[in-house]
Design a protein. Structure first.
Length: 426
């Protein structure tokens, strides 16, 4: 593994932790088109909080020429002398839930401009089977003028980052690898194995690796959809869903899933990639899309349950004061991508309620830019008709929520984390 120089394309939740890890052993150039992001990282701070400032500063280098370390840049020419290019850009869906491959196309064009004979391009972005070789490779060939599997090679190693998880960090998660030729597969596997302490699994083809990634999150999505449906059923029967799951969980092979809002950039998105591809082959995936419909509708369901409780307590809905706790897609994490807490907020606003949103993790600027919503970063000193615990941040457990409720007010705990008696929860 001599003379390796790695370029990481995209320095977000996936790219930065990977770049930091590789930089402990290799010279790494971190590339991102966001100039502000580059300035932030070169100053030694990561606003996603995936890499601590101390750890980041240990590997940072002011120069792109180093034996090992990380240099961050938005200059394409700075990655020209690399021989491994690892693409870690997002792969979202549009408003109609169709895959958006534009970031992959653009990053492939960037790499194509500097691609040389003998180089290897590895994609980590979640895609449907076939994207790497059928969508990305043609872009690389067109821009570089090189021939695939003759002049350059590609690999696929799906990311398995869990935002906010400080236990299952990138080096502690087994890595699936693959290559466009058997030799490339071995080289890609060896590269990752040199830094991933959990080990690697070399898949026989790139399409197998792509498919493996997309079904990981689809499986989880379907399981959560099942317990979300159970929550709806048991609520009608006036049965505590969490108590039911706790009892069922005493069996050794019962899967411990809980109901909730399913957002984020993976579970709430990846099933649509597989569904889109399967439909291109003439198959309509019933279970996958049924799970998506169930989970996508939970924000509206939560809002309707809250309104129902308020009506039962004779609380006037219009102009009522509501406090939503949390807007990120999961607990103890600043990531607001595809957060379903926004669905709850939007539906409650449609009833004419006055909402305040408090989230100590989320960025005010990002939330306003992405969703047009104003949030508080400090606990409000007011009282409310209804408080909704939408995200289970640890900080919320230390707040005396009942003291913030007006008489007869509603406290709704979406994730069911509060030990005190609440009026509603999934």
């Amino acid at each position: 593994m001599k003379d390796i120089k790695i370029a990481i394309i995209g320095l977000g939740y996936v790219g930065l932790p990977l770049a930091r890890l590789f930089a402990t052993k290799y010279p790494v150039i971190g590339f991102d088109i966001n100039e502000e992001r580059i300035k932030e990282l070169q100053s030694g701070h990561d606003s996603t909080l995936e890499v601590s400032d101390d750890v980041l500063k240990q590997v940072l280098s002011d120069s792109p020429q180093m034996e090992a370390g990380l240099h961050c840049t938005n200059k394409t020419e700075a990655i020209a002398d690399c021989n491994y290019y690892i693409v870690t850009v997002p792969t979202p869906v549009d408003r109609t839930n169709r895959p958006v491959l534009t970031p992959l196309y653009k990053s492939s064009e960037t790499v194509g401009k500097v691609l040389k004979k003998g180089d290897t391009v590895v994609y980590e972005s979640t895609v449907y089977p076939g994207v790497t070789e059928e969508e990305c490779v043609p872009v690389l060939e067109k821009v570089s003028g090189l021939v695939f599997n003759v002049d350059f090679f590609v690999g696929y190693s799906p990311e398995r980052i869990n935002p906010g998880d400080k236990e299952h960090t990138v080096e502690k998660i087994l890595k699936v690898t693959s290559g466009s030729t058997p030799e490339t597969g071995k080289n890609v596997d060896s590269l990752y194995a040199s830094v991933i302490t959990a080990g690697t699994h070399l898949a026989p083809t790139i399409k197998v690796a792509e498919a493996a990634k997309v079904i990981e999150n689809s499986q989880r999505d379907i399981n959560i959809a099942f317990v979300n449906e159970l929550a709806k059923i048991f609520n009608l029967m006036d049965i505590d869903t969490n108590a039911v799951l706790e009892a069922a969980g005493t069996k050794w092979n019962f899967l411990p899933f809980k109901p909730g809002l399913v957002g984020g950039h993976c579970i709430g998105v990846d099933p649509y990639y597989l569904a889109q591809r399967s439909q291109e082959f003439g198959y309509h995936p019933e279970i996958i899309l049924a799970g998506r419909r169930m989970n996508d509708g939970m924000g509206k369901y939560v809002a309707s349950e809250i309104i129902k409780l308020m009506v039962q307590r004779e609380i006037k809905i219009k102009n009522s004061k509501m406090l939503v706790l949390g807007i990120t897609f999961k607990e103890n994490c600043p990531d607001v991508r595809n957060t379903k807490a926004v669905d709850v907020i939007t539906n409650l606003k449609s009833y004419g309620a006055n909402l305040s949103i408090y989230d100590p993790w989320a960025s005010k600027e990002i939330v306003e830019k992405e969703y047009g919503l104003q949030i508080l970063n400090q606990v409000p000193d007011e009282s409310y008709d209804t408080i909704i615990l939408a995200v289970s941040h640890d900080q919320f457990l230390d707040i005396d929520l009942r003291s913030m409720l007006n008489n007869n007010g509603v406290l709704y705990d979406v994730k069911g984390i509060l030990k005190c008696k609440v009026e509603g929860r999934l």
